[in-house]
Design a protein around this ligand. Structure first.
Ligand code: CAA
Length: 273
């Protein structure tokens, strides 16, 4: 998601750094940026000059310190509270005292993440993008207990400057999007496990019956089955209701390494490119 966020920022005229500890991930981000811009140019949604200028606005680094002058930092690491807290501590010591420290978390409490940076908690905010970031219009904006009005106003403004529609939600696990989406995905796994219908039929019914662009099982593969599992566990732990506990069929696929599109196989199979 980080590469989608940086691309949208760059296409909106914002200079940015793509920061990752993995050189391989940075290469993948670069390839994704080049491919997506080339497609936009070929579809005449931007000129070649605009595409070249957008790509030139993104710099790639494994060192957070390179981006130290940024006005904005958006953390988009995996959905693990300890990993994210470590990154927030690093962001606090790297960026200036006025940098907004945003997180693209899908489910973890903003107040909890902000506790890692103590007195700087007023600069921490949830800025939840949706995949594919260049296509999806929504940014779910979540204030933590200490998030300042200034941080919120700046985040709403930045989201709009990136061509997105920011919508506020309160700081409860999963916010609105995943609190509603994940139980639907989980229920689709139960329907499959209990033999209500084949996976492709479950998806076809939900696509045609509810006008969804993708069925819930296809969407789960697209999001990543491990990501869905981790989000459900956050919901289960924080909200305490068994309905959020991941279905055994989902757990089994994750244990088998069938993670969805990214591993070439999840509920469905995908050619690995
Ligand atoms: N990056 C950039 N652009 C992309 C893209 C990507 N990864 N994937 C697709 N697109 C673009 C394509 O280039 C295409 O643009 P053009 O029309 O200009 O060619 C357009 O999107 C449509 O793509 P396709 O024709 O290939 O395929 P499609 O019509 O089936 O649409 C889809 C693909 C946009 C992904 C659509 O199926 C969809 O909207 N699916 C639902 C996505 C969704 O629900 N996302 C939210 C997931 S939840 C989440 O992200 C948050 C979380 O916390 C878990």
């Amino acid at each position: 998601m980080g590469s989608g966020i940086s691309l949208v920022a760059a296409q909106s005229g914002i200079d940015c750094w793509q920061i990752d500890i993995s050189a391989e991930q940075l290469e993948r981000a670069k390839a994704y940026h080049a491919k997506t811009v080339a497609r936009a140019v070929s579809k005449q949604r931007m000129t070649e000059e605009e595409g070249t200028a957008a790509l030139a606005r993104i710099r790639y680094t494994q060192s957070m310190a390179d981006g130290r002058n940024a006005e904005w930092a958006v953390e988009a690491a995996s959905e693990n509270v300890d990993v994210k807290k470590k990154i927030f501590v690093a962001m606090q010591s790297t960026f200036s005292a006025s940098t907004v420290l945003a997180t693209n978390t899908s489910s973890i409490s903003i107040t909890d993440l902000a506790s890692a940076v103590g007195a700087d908690a007023h600069r921490v905010i949830g800025m939840h993008f949706f995949n594919p970031v260049p296509v999806m219009k929504l940014v779910e904006v979540i204030k933590g207990l200490a998030t300042s009005a200034e941080t919120t106003a700046r985040t709403m403004e930045l989201s709009k400057a990136m061509g997105k529609t920011p919508v506020p939600a309160n700081d409860r696990a999963g916010f609105v999007s995943n609190r509603v989406l994940m139980p639907m995905i989980n229920e689709a796994f139960y329907a499959w496990m209990e033999g209500v219908a084949e996976p492709s039929d479950i998806d076809e019914i939900m696509k045609l019956g509810c006008n969804f662009p993708m069925g819930p099982l296809r969407l789960a593969d697209f999001i990543g089955l491990d990501v869905c599992h981790d989000i459900m566990m956050v919901l289960y732990r924080e909200l305490g209701h068994p309905k959020f506990f991941p279905c055994p069929r989902l757990r089994q696929l994750v244990q088998a390494g069938r993670l969805g599109d990214k591993s070439g196989c999840g509920v469905f199979e995908y050619p690995v490119s």
